[in-house]
Write a protein that binds this ligand. Structure first.
Ligand SMILES: [Zn+2]
Length: 383
């Protein structure tokens, strides 16, 4: 991870860089900031900058062996501890190392995420992520070795607030009497929940919300959206890159769901079984969560079209594309069929939720919808 990959936070970066140049690197630091400001990304970039053999004035070089290994999060002197819990695969005494491959993949693909997204990724389901006593023992063991390839050993603890009292005590001891050449970088979502004795022994590195202009540029560089769409996203994201990403992804998902909805309504009308089959095939491999989102989307569009049919335009919330489509589609959703269509979509959604076989659920739903959607010439002409 490079400083250049951390969005904004230029003042904090400067301070971190100058601490390295001056050779005054505090051995325990706590990175925190508002939601989506990039504390974890910054902590990793900082470790890389310290370890880099050929650092420039403002970033790591990117070609030395330390850089290459830290970029992949596989450097033997870069240790991580993060909250975990039991899963289907790890059924007993879970520690970070059980999930290190998942962690690397997740962080490298996007270092801006919330704890809930991480838990979802490793599948601990509704349990809380924790840093337990066994984790602390692992930490002691790892830090007892001399550094292998870098001058320093790094321990990045993500969410130290998830430590229980006994593991927090072990960490406190380590920070008070640190093993030689060891740098502790704590990264917190809720520093106010960290044991005060640990807080008082760490130097605070505070990030601020990402500046709107900087966020705009970061999104414009990465996503193919109009300036207006990016401006809207930035306005609603309130300086959080995570929030912005969530909006863009749901925006993209909406687009896809829109296309799938239009497609199936058209096929219900044209009754082309070959294409219906292809649609079902494609939908059935999307996964449960995405299918559920499709049904939420479809229900919304049906509802909005029914309201349109009742002529109460002021109640309708549609994007431009949806509006265009709905102008022609709304006559098909009326008082005679809306309840039944709703029921079919809801039933399919519930069956998917219960893990029923997606292909059968979808095919069954389409057969029912075909009977419910009026078979008039309009629909075909409109598309
Ligand atoms: Zn380097």
């Amino acid at each position: 991870m490079y400083f250049s990959q951390v969005i904004g936070q230029e003042d904090v970066k400067k301070k971190l860089v100058s601490s390295v140049k001056a050779g005054r690197i505090p051995h325990a630091q706590l990175f925190s900031g508002p939601d989506g400001s990039g504390s974890l990304a910054l902590a990793i970039a900082y470790a890389q900058y310290i370890a880099c053999n050929d650092r420039t004035d403002n970033d790591a070089c990117g070609h030395c062996t330390n850089c290459l290994k830290i970029a992949k999060l596989t450097h033997p002197d870069l240790h991580f501890a993060f909250p975990v819990n039991t899963t289907r695969k790890v059924t007993k005494d879970p520690v970070s190392d059980n999930f290190i491959n998942e962690w690397r993949e997740f962080v490298i693909s996007n270092p801006y995420f919330r704890s809930i997204q991480w838990y979802d990724w490793i599948g601990i389901e509704n349990k809380q992520g924790l840093l337990n006593r066994k984790e602390s023992e692992e930490i002691i063991r790892k830090l007892s070795f001399k550094s292998f390839e870098s001058d320093y050993k790094f321990l990045i603890i993500w969410l130290p607030e998830k430590m229980n009292a006994s593991s927090a005590n072990i960490l406190l001891k380590l920070i008070e009497e640190p093993p030689e050449k060891t740098i502790f970088l704590l990264v917190s979502e809720h520093p106010e929940q960290i044991v005060s004795t640990i807080l008082s022994r760490t130097q605070a590195v505070k990030l601020s919300r990402i500046d709107d202009k900087v966020l705009f540029q970061a999104l414009a560089d990465k996503y193919d959206l109009t300036n207006e769409e990016i401006s809207n996203t930035v306005r609603l994201a309130k300086g959080s890159y995570i929030q912005a990403l969530e909006m863009i992804l749901s925006f993209e998902e909406n687009q896809i769901n829109f296309e799938r909805f239009v497609q199936i309504m058209r096929l219900c009308y044209s009754r082309s079984f070959l294409e219906i089959n292809a649609w079902v095939e494609e939908m059935s491999v999307m996964g449960r969560e995405k299918l559920k989102n499709f049904f939420i989307y479809a229900l919304r569009l049906v509802r909005e079209n029914f309201i349109l049919n009742l002529q109460s335009k002021e109640l309708v919330y549609l994007t431009k594309k949806e509006e265009e489509f709905s102008k022609k589609f709304h006559p098909f959703i009326n008082g005679n069929n809306v309840v039944h269509i709703y029921k079919e979509l809801n039933k399919a959604s519930e069956d998917i939720e219960r893990n029923a076989y997606a292909k059968i659920v979808l095919f069954d739903m389409v057969l029912h919808l075909m009977k419910l959607i009026p078979n008039k010439k309009h629909l075909e002409n409109q598309q």
